[in-house]
Design a protein around this ligand. Structure first.
Ligand SMILES: NC(=O)c1ccc[n+]([C@@H]2O[C@H](COP(=O)([O-])OP(=O)(O)OC[C@H]3O[C@@H](n4cnc5c(N)ncnc54)[C@H](O)[C@@H]3O)[C@@H](O)[C@H]2O)c1
Length: 248
């Protein structure tokens, strides 16, 4: 389906990003897998594409604008263009920390990765997409971008910020062939989630009206849809993928 498309996925070494990259690869795209964890993205690329023909593993810290610019440039040099991007890299920070007890450097770090990281990615992806004649971007927000969540104020603030950044950028490029959307997952089964105590996982599962955690595949499929021509009238949206979590 996407033999003619080149995709760029941040935070692709594990978790949601790994599954998102896999979903785009399985649909035929050439995929740049970008992460601070170079070994991690190399392993994912080797698993998906042993012949190394349609994947490119790149190291970049999304908080570092120059590193993101270089990764986009390397992608275009390697595959000839850029059409699709999923700006997924993000961190949660410490849990159960009331706002006034949040360290200043923790606040700065989450802001730099989660919010500036998405700004950096779009800043360099968009010119490459314009040069390719158009494209589509999905930014990773969260259920915590739709409602406040106690104990993780910096995370919640950045995930709300991503929605604003997405909407404004979508307006900037609406008539220029680039669609930009954000998604808001609930709690998803990932390797990190699997490390939590069973009681915590059960609590998270029960928080969703659907009564379970989401799967990585469900998020990857939704993103593939948003990037596809089937979603051609969707831009500037914040689409929940949360089993009803924020509908309560
Ligand atoms: N897992 C969930 O339940 C859930 C729910 C809602 C939203 N999200 C969001 O989805 C995204 C991925 O979450 P996940 O659960 O897969 O996380 P994860 O911790 O399992 O994986 C995150 C990946 O991003 C990479 N990364 C971290 N900081 C980076 C940086 N500065 N530059 C480049 N790469 C970096 C990590 O190395 C890792 O490979 C995050 O933005 C997260 O906020 C996750």
């Amino acid at each position: 389906m996407w033999d003619d498309k080149v995709a760029f996925v941040t935070g692709a070494a594990t978790g949601l990003g790994e599954s998102i990259a896999e979903g785009l690869f399985r649909r035929g795209a050439r995929v740049a897998l970008v992460d601070v964890d170079l070994d991690g993205v190399r392993q994912v690329a080797a698993r998906l594409d042993p012949a190394k023909k349609r994947t490119l593993a790149l190291q970049a810290d999304v908080a570092d604008a120059a590193a993101v610019e270089a990764a986009v440039q390397q992608t275009v040099e390697c595959f000839g263009a850029l059409h699709l991007a999923v700006n997924n890299a993000g961190i949660t920070g410490d849990h159960n920390v009331p706002l006034a007890e949040t360290h200043l450097d923790a606040w700065q770090r989450i802001l730099a990765i989660n919010l500036s990281g998405i700004f950096h990615a779009m800043k360099y992806e968009i010119p490459a997409m314009l040069a390719a004649g158009g494209g589509a971007i999905v930014n990773m927000s969260s259920g915590a971008g739709a409602v406040g969540q106690a104990g993780i104020a910096p995370y919640s603030a950045t995930k709300h910020g991503i929605v604003g950044l997405t909407r404004a950028a979508a307006l900037d490029y609406a008539t220029k062939g680039i669609r930009i959307n954000a998604i808001g997952p609930g709690y998803i089964e990932t390797p990190e989630m699997a490390k939590l105590p069973e009681s915590t996982r059960a609590e998270f599962a029960a928080a969703h009206p659907l009564g379970r955690l989401g799967t990585r595949r469900e998020i990857a499929d939704m993103i593939a849809f948003l990037l596809s021509d089937e979603a051609s009238f969707l831009t500037g949206g914040f689409h929940m993928a949360d089993g009803g979590l924020t509908a309560r």
